[in-house]
Design a protein around this ligand. Structure first.
Ligand code: PEP
Ligand code: MN
Length: 272
């Protein structure tokens, strides 16, 4: 215990492990030099909505379907998610369409409910929920850990350390924009986080340009920049009717726009 508490060299660091970590999720490998695409709505809203988006993103080349069932919203008056029913719908899509899923867990007491969810997301607001991180560390579930919107690189890596030091090495770091003085965009996507995290750590790095800008019209350009910078994965919010979305419609692209984005992102990956 003492040894862990005072460890100077992080388990996630390049000093501990030179080679990139590869997270293998039923044959889908994140961090192996390829580009993993995670896409879907901010929130699961209905059976019809999630099936229709899932079919579209799968067809366009998404490796994973994302969808929030538990939504940690800034205001308690905003849509909080379908909760357990949302997870049930995602699992139904997973089985029917044979696509692995990513969903945010906000409380360790929900771990049983998330047993068949392929990647557990920890949101920006929960990056330093150490009780949750430690509980996830005691599982073997892959975790997508989103950088807190006011967290340094060191802080996101020491948060990852709460998971790694409990014995779970399946962690993917996700850059999703930070809060700066700029208000034109919702957040400022920190592209430098990609090479910086790759230098500091062997963990795979994903980029979320949707929350990173808050603007659907910027999502494609930022995705290409993220791939060019060396991102292992992209996480994109896609909605079949962005204008009617229960959450984050402004930053959600349509399935048609997503299809074009995937083609361009793969082409950029090819070049680098
Ligand atoms: C999300 O992915 O929908 C989300 C809530 O993200 P963040 O935690 O980065 O705000
Ligand atoms: Mn969202």
């Amino acid at each position: 215990m003492e040894e862990i508490r005072y460890r100077q060299v992080l388990l996630s660091s390049r000093e501990t492990q030179k080679e990139n970590s590869i997270i293998d999720i039923s044959g889908k490998r994140i961090g192996d030099g390829g580009l993993t695409i995670i896409a879907g709505p901010c929130s699961v809203e209905s059976e019809n909505q999630i099936f229709s988006i899932a079919e579209a993103v799968k067809k366009a080349g998404a490796d994973f379907l994302r969808g929030g069932a538990y939504k940690p919203r800034t205001s308690p008056y905003d849509f909080q998610g379908l909760e357990a029913e949302g997870v049930r719908l995602l699992l139904e899509v997973r089985k029917t369409l044979d696509i692995p899923i990513v969903s945010e867990i906000v409380d360790a007491s929900n771990l049983d409910l998330f047993e068949d969810v392929d990647i557990l997301q920890v949101g920006s607001r929960n990056m330093q929920n150490f009780t949750l991180l430690k509980a996830l560390g005691r599982t073997k579930k892959p975790v997508l850990l989103k950088r807190g919107y006011a967290a340094t690189y060191r802080e996101v890596l020491t948060s990852a350390e709460y998971i790694l030091s409990e014995g779970n090495s399946n962690v993917i770091i996700c850059e999703r924009g930070i809060r700066t003085f700029e208000t034109y965009t919702r957040n400022t996507l920190d592209i430098a986080a990609v090479p910086a995290i790759r230098e500091l750590s062997h963990l795979p790095i994903a980029v979320d340009p949707s929350h990173g800008s808050g603007r659907s019209e910027f999502v494609e350009d930022l995705s290409l920049a993220a791939v060019a910078a060396g991102a292992d994965a992209l996480m994109i919010e896609v909605h079949n009717h962005p204008e009617d979305a229960f959450s984050d419609g402004k930053q959600s692209i349509t399935p048609g726009e997503f299809e074009i984005l995937v083609k361009k992102a793969k082409a950029v990956k090819e070049v680098i």
